[in-house]
Design a protein around this ligand. Structure first.
Ligand code: PGA
Length: 253
């Protein structure tokens, strides 16, 4: 079984003066009818319910950008995976911004992935190396270790999605060369095979993320182990996001 193509839009803490309904509905108009690709919009937490309402009856899913592993308790400002599970199908965990700005370790990311799955959510587990690590020639090993660490305790990976996002490519306009991303995706696949066996590993979607645009998406999706994209900036532009989803569908769908 091969992984089903997936494209997720990570809105991050944007847009500032939001009309979430308008944006979600404009994006849904672009992508609703595109078959063969799982489509996920990840708005800020405050907009999850609103966006879920807009997407009701449409072939577009809602994802959160993060969640807390504990089921409840004194965690001011946090939202439990169980709460998200009532609204969303997916949740991003371990995005490099969370790792860098909020000190999330592989251990924490793994706890989040386990809690997400326990609450019926598909975790989009993000990994990726910094430029220093890549320049030192350690990227493959670093990401291998991140995958192993971030999936510790995940016994059944059937709902897991991996997002490979080189840190130096996120929001910079400098996307990774498709052969570089393809090589990393193959290495990630091998790590997943070691962890879960060939059949289960082949069914896990591996997404490329980092300055994805309609202009550059094609060559990534041509790589055998890249099954889709995690899109930041371009996911706020309905037309661009629509083109990305449609290109993934035409190549992989
Ligand atoms: P970008 O962000 O597409 O704006 O580079 C990707 C991400 O952070 O998920």
């Amino acid at each position: 079984m091969t992984a089903k193509p997936l494209v997720a839009g990570n809105w991050k803490m944007n847009p500032a003066a939001a009309n979430f309904t308008e944006l979600a509905s404009a994006i849904a108009d672009e992508i609703d009818k595109i078959d063969g690709v799982v489509k996920v919009l990840c708005p800020p937490t405050v907009a999850l319910r609103e966006v879920a309402t807009v997407l009701e009856g449409r072939d577009v899913l809602v994802g959160a950008q993060d969640g807390h592993p504990e089921p409840s308790g004194a965690y001011t400002g946090e939202v439990a995976m169980g709460m998200l599970g009532q609204i969303c199908s997916h949740v991003i965990v371990g995005h490099s911004e969370r790792r860098a700005l909020f000190g999330e370790t592989d251990h924490v990311v793994a706890q989040k992935a386990v809690a997400a799955i326990a609450n019926g959510l598909s975790p989009i587990v993000c990994v990726g190396e910094s430029l220093d690590i890549r320049d030192a020639g350690d990227a493959i090993k670093f990401v291998h270790d991140q995958i192993v660490g971030s999936l510790t305790g995940v016994d059944n990976p059937s709902s897991v999605v991996i997002g490979y996002e080189p840190v130096w490519a996120i929001g910079t306009g400098v996307s990774a060369r498709p052969d570089v991303a393809g090589e990393m995706a193959e290495s990630i696949r091998n790590t997943l095979m070691d962890l879960y066996g060939d059949e289960a590993a082949l069914a896990i979607p591996i997404l490329y993320g980092g300055s994805v645009s309609p202009e550059n998406i094609g060559p990534y999706i041509d790589r055998p182990h890249i099954n889709g994209a995690l899109v930041g900036g371009a996911s706020l532009k309905p037309n661009d996001f629509g083109q990305i989803v449609s290109l993934v569908a035409s190549i992989r769908g």
